[in-house]
Design a protein around this ligand. Structure first.
Ligand SMILES: Cc1cc2nc3c(=O)[nH]c(=O)nc-3n(C[C@H](O)[C@H](O)[C@H](O)COP(=O)(O)OP(=O)(O)OC[C@H]3O[C@@H](n4cnc5c(N)ncnc54)[C@H](O)[C@@H]3O)c2cc1C
Length: 400
């Protein structure tokens, strides 16, 4: 029978892990369970972080916070909002797109390195993680990193665990750096560009001294689905600027130099907030279907080339974030994993993660980007150190 373990302390988690090792019984680590793609091992016992919940310390002056891994993300966002602070990396809420209903936890966010539109300028979740506490695969309780950036002890361990997807250790507590919420924000919209022209316009915007904090291209096929259809007709290339009101106004004016590329208009702070949340959360593909959805990261200049090449061979819909380097791809029928990964390789390399797919197709498709042989070997050695008995199932390509 499948067991669901919900420890209330690190010590209890340690005892559960030691017992699992003794019984050679693998554990699937779970936060809020908002992911749709399960490891496919329904019979595995679950080790849940939801019993480890609550903010341990919050220091608004230092802009740091420590929270137990199972703390709901909403709870953290609400406490930070009272002091007009926020997590710097805009974690995604993929529940509408994945059709799931759990409550995302801060541990799950760091375990997946979940990072939104600001990542290409402000870094990923991993970059704001200062320290972690965790239980490894032998049941040892470990503390790595610290509350201030100056303390470099164990910093690499911390970085390693961000994005480890439950394969190395059970995170019990995370400490991260925060940012102030910008006073205001605006979005400049350049209309009518094809995907290649948009890549050029975004590169130009990024080279200007205007501190763009979001650069996305929404082709005509998706444009009408954002902010209730209020974007101008046709494709929209959108550029976000944030900060003090006077500075945003000056920088927005400067960005109007992009009129040489296409029609220019702008969005106020309220529409800007909605638009970038929808870009972040893959709103156009929250369509109630299980049509395959890929999250592909490549060089900013390669995104539109990838989509153009795929369009010649298969039915695909797409839009671009991170100055063109993050491509959300919805396939019309099959995931076409071999095709997607072959083109990514030909265009200089990158990562394709299958975020949504029907259960039948999942069994035959690698969810994560297969690793190069040298990295695979390195990963195996790291896994061996953290989890010598192989007790943590993780989400790995080989399981899919
Ligand atoms: C294959 C796959 C890839 C994904 N990639 C991304 C991505 O690149 N960017 C993104 O924004 N979202 C990604 N997601 C979605 C992400 O899982 C959720 O959006 C959310 O961040 C996770 O929160 P949760 O608490 O519901 O975690 P869950 O859905 O419960 O777990 C998510 C992952 O984190 C691990 N995990 C959860 N809690 C802990 C813990 N305390 N200690 C150790 N490991 C833990 C789990 O084992 C699992 O691998 C991905 C999902 C899947 C299935």
């Amino acid at each position: 029978m499948t067991m669901f373990h919900e420890p209330l302390s690190e010590e209890a988690a340690s005892r559960i892990i030691r017992a699992a090792v003794a019984a050679s019984s693998p554990l699937e680590i779970r936060g809020g369970g908002t992911r749709m793609l399960s490891s496919g091992q329904a019979s595995r016992d679950v080790l849940s972080s939801t019993g480890l919940s609550g903010i341990v310390s919050y220091n608004p002056a230092e802009m740091t916070m420590t929270a137990k891994a199972g703390t709901p993300l909403d709870e953290i966002a609400a406490v930070l909002a009272e002091r007009r602070q926020m997590l710097s990396f805009e974690p995604l809420d993929l529940r509408p797109a994945l059709g799931t209903s759990g409550i995302p936890t801060i541990g799950g966010v760091f375990a997946t390195n979940a990072s939104g539109p600001r990542r290409f300028v402000a870094g990923a979740a991993r970059d704001s993680l200062l320290g972690v506490r965790f239980v490894n695969g032998t049941g040892e309780i470990v503390k790595a990193g610290g509350r201030v950036m100056k303390n470099v002890t164990g910093l690499d361990l911390t970085k390693l665990l961000a994005g480890s997807r439950g394969a190395l250790a059970f995170l019990t507590e995370v400490t991260c750096r925060l940012l102030p919420v910008p006073e205001t924000a605006a979005t400049i919209v350049v209309s009518g560009l094809n995907d290649a022209e948009a890549a050029a316009a975004m590169a130009t915007a990024m080279s200007m001294s205007v501190e763009v904090s979001g650069a996305a291209h929404l082709p005509e096929s998706v444009c009408g689905r954002f902010i209730g259809g209020r974007l101008p007709e046709g494709p929209a290339t959108v550029l976000r600027i944030e900060g003090l009101a006077a500075s945003v106004a000056v920088r927005a004016e400067k960005l109007k130099a992009l009129a040489s590329f296409g029609g220019i208009s702008s969005l106020n702070a309220e529409d800007t907030g909605v638009l970038w949340r929808e870009i972040r959360d893959v709103h156009p593909y929250a369509d109630g279907t299980a049509r395959p959805l890929w999250r592909v990261s490549v060089a900013p200049t390669a995104g539109h080339q990838l989509v153009a090449a795929l369009r010649l061979e298969t039915g695909v819909d797409a839009y671009f974030d991170w100055q063109g380097g993050l491509v959300w791809l919805r396939m019309e029928a099959d995931p076409e994993a071999e095709l997607v990964r072959r083109y990514i390789k030909a265009l200089g390399g990158g990562h394709a993660t299958l975020m949504r797919v029907s259960a039948a197709v999942l069994a035959a498709t690698a969810v994560l980007q297969p690793q190069a042989e040298a990295i695979e070997l390195l990963s195996a050695r790291i896994k061996e150190k953290f989890d010598p008995a192989g007790i943590f199932a993780g989400t790995s390509a080989s399981e899919a």
